[in-house]
Design a protein around this ligand. Structure first.
Ligand SMILES: O=C(O)CCC(=O)C(=O)O
Ligand SMILES: [Fe+2]
Length: 339
């Protein structure tokens, strides 16, 4: 049986006109069909991949007190450590522990008339007990950013847009976010939800997984395994790119199933997003492409705003109610304030 989630080789994008043309056609059909693919030829070495996985494993092996010292609830920017069961997807606990890292910037001074999403900008929390984690993750951020920008150029071309069509929404101040994640084995968890079914909110997600399976993508109503292929990254489309392409490109629903007893799975998702002050443009597609665009999927429970900052803040408040109650009580409906 053919593999449903295809492997694309990014180096073909830089290998002359005819390779580039076929690469772009493959990219367009993969992203439109299933919205997920494996990326090879990205230029990130084995050594760089194993450095970030090793640093992540060391972090999770720290004593609990060292991890709780940088718990996310201490950060108005939603940065830091979340223990297993502490994050919600559609109101239900995810069985994974994780460290969230964003772009390192100064907080924005607050005052009347300043939009609430400006509170998302600020520093990360790093573990004092593992000083090598910060350089390893910041190096990964830089590499993943470069790959994401190459890919976004390819996406723009594949939609018959100028190569730099997406530049204005990330230039100088891209707002990516990343996590290191550990999914404990079945014996240690409440149930099978490693992370519940969801779409990613940004433009593109570049996911590094270790060699343990668990990731699945929804394809026409059935779950398809996205088992690890060593050396590749898994790429999926986020809601902002779906929105910009008026639904031509597809942000696919995916989830992670808890590993079997005795197995722990490590993953490193990198969410390439837009500047928080950006408004998502609606690309003007050729007549051909426009005729095939479905319009962005709209979920009445989860309306999407073209305003990036508003979108990001909305999704962070939902996923981390403890942070919301500690730092954003002024924005919450009265019934969500207690608890
Ligand atoms: O850990 C994974 O494989 C996927 C994680 C994921 O989908 C997410 O964090 O958005
Ligand atoms: Fe995801």
């Amino acid at each position: 049986m053919p593999r449903i989630v295809p492997v694309l080789d990014l180096s073909r994008f830089e290998q002359g006109a005819s390779e580039r043309r076929t690469f772009l056609a493959d990219l367009r059909s993969a992203s439109r069909d299933i919205g997920f693919f494996y990326l090879a030829g990205h230029g990130i070495s084995w050594a760089e991949i194993s450095e970030v996985l090793t640093a992540s494993r060391r972090f999770f092996a720290l004593a609990e007190a060292n991890k709780l010292a940088i718990e996310m609830v201490k950060s108005p920017q939603f940065r830091g450590y979340t223990r297993a069961g502490g994050e919600l997807t559609k109101g239900k606990a995810d069985w994974r522990e994780q460290l969230d890292i964003g772009v390192e910037r100064q907080p924005i001074a607050q005052g009347p008339g300043i939009p609430a999403w400006t509170r998302l900008q600020g520093p990360n929390q790093w573990p004092a007990a593992l000083p090598e984690l910060k350089p390893a993750l910041l190096a990964w951020q830089a590499k993943a950013t470069a790959v994401a920008i190459r890919l976004l150029k390819a996406f723009a071309l594949s939609l018959d847009q100028a190569e730099d069509a997406f530049d204005p929404i990330y230039r100088e101040q891209p707002n990516h976010r990343m996590k290191i994640v550990r999914y404990p084995g079945r014996e240690a968890t409440g149930d099978d939800q490693g992370v519940g079914a969801h779409k990613d909110g940004g433009f593109l997600t570049l996911l590094l997984q270790d060699d343990n399976k668990g990731l699945q993508v929804d394809y026409d109503g059935s779950w398809v395994d996205v088992d690890p292929i060593p050396g590749t990254l898994v790429v999926n489309i986020g809601e902002l790119l779906e929105l910009a392409s008026n639904g031509y490109l597809r942000a696919t629903v995916h989830r992670v199933v808890t590993p079997a007893a005795g197995i722990e799975r490590i993953s490193v998702p990198f969410f390439f997003s837009a500047r928080l002050d950006a408004t998502i443009p609606l690309l003007s597609l050729s007549e051909d492409l426009a005729a095939q665009a479905r319009g962005p999927a709209s979920d009445p429970d989860n309306p999407l705003f073209r305003d990036v900052g508003t979108n990001v803040l909305k999704s962070r408040l939902r996923s981390h109610p403890d942070v919301a109650r500690r730092h954003y009580v002024d924005l919450l409906e009265p019934e969500s304030r207690a608890g």
